[in-house]
Design a protein around this ligand. Structure first.
Ligand code: 13P
Ligand code: ZN
Length: 273
């Protein structure tokens, strides 16, 4: 780790923020065992740093990602734990480089002393989202998947299993939800974890402009400029979900802010809709 920072000092603030957010995820109870994963596009930071000294063998990707060719990603390892990340980043994360034609990758740092180290099993989703970010010319660099308890509970309740009901329920219980997530959430019906269908459905949700994508009975995904911003989006949403559930647990189904009040927020805060 110290070697990494000596080779590439610009990585230090990225890693420090990542460690901080990993701790938050664990403390929130959204990162049981190996739950959740994170990737950061570090191309601009590491590409000229001479980081690429370890020459591991190339592994194939299941699809071609030409928009990601030659890009570098810091990615958490499959089965690794967020709670261990700061203590031993070289065992729990890696930096990999996508090949010149976008059909494979090579680990250039990390995954240390773990013979079968692999990037997260949700790598298909991370790749599709970074591909979408490139396609859209966006400034985001981070993709975060986690298991926020109250949001998952909402996706178990039949009345919230569609995008319109979820957005209405989350926006109406607190004004800051609309302010921080003006484009709301997308709802992806249950799909096998780690699958390409889950990855594509998630990218479609962002393509339709949503701020966060919820995975039914599983968790959610955010993309943002930094790990802290991705965390904050999910934190605001999960707070709203917990207000919905607390109201319901005292026997009140919240009606909350009406459409007029939500439209007024959009106008007052120039939220663009
Ligand atoms: P990984 O340990 O492979 O990252 O999987 C965790 C997870 O949350 C899968 O959805
Ligand atoms: Zn998960």
């Amino acid at each position: 780790m110290n070697n990494l920072i000596t080779t590439c000092p610009e990585l230090k603030p990225v890693l420090e923020e990542l460690f901080l957010v990993s701790g938050y995820l664990w403390e929130k109870g959204w990162a049981e065992r190996n739950a959740g994963n994170l990737s950061v596009d570090v191309t601009e930071i590491v590409s000229d740093s001479g980081i690429e000294q370890a020459r591991t063998t190339q592994r194939a990707l299941p699809f071609n990602y030409p928009l990601l060719a030659n890009r570098y990603f810091l990615v958490t390892g499959s089965g690794r734990k967020f709670r261990d990340l700061a203590r031993d980043p070289a065992r729990n994360t890696c930096i990999l480089r996508i090949s010149e034609n976008g059909s494979g990758y090579r680990i250039v740092w990390g995954g240390a002393s773990i013979p079968d180290f692999r990037p997260t099993s949700e790598f298909p989703t991370h790749l599709r989202l970074h591909e979408y970010i490139r396609e859209a010319g966006a400034t985001e660099r981070v993709v975060l998947h986690t298991h926020p308890t109250e949001l998952i509970v909402l996706t178990h309740l039949p009345e919230y299993r569609d995008e319109a009901s979820l957005n209405r329920a989350l926006w109406c219980v607190h004004p800051e939800v609309k302010v921080n997530l003006p484009r709301g959430v997308d709802f992806v019906p249950y799909a096998i974890p780690g699958s390409e269908s889950l990855a594509r459905a998630t990218a479609d949700g962002f393509r339709r402009g949503r701020s966060v994508v919820l995975w039914e009975m599983h968790g959610c995904v955010a993309k943002a400029e930094s790990p802290a911003v991705a965390f904050d989006l999910i934190d605001v949403l999960n707070k709203a979900a917990s207000i919905v559930l607390k109201c319901r647990s005292v026997g009140h189904v919240p009606t909350g802010l009406g459409k007029e009040q939500i439209d007024e927020l959009a106008r007052e805060f120039n939220l663009g809709e």
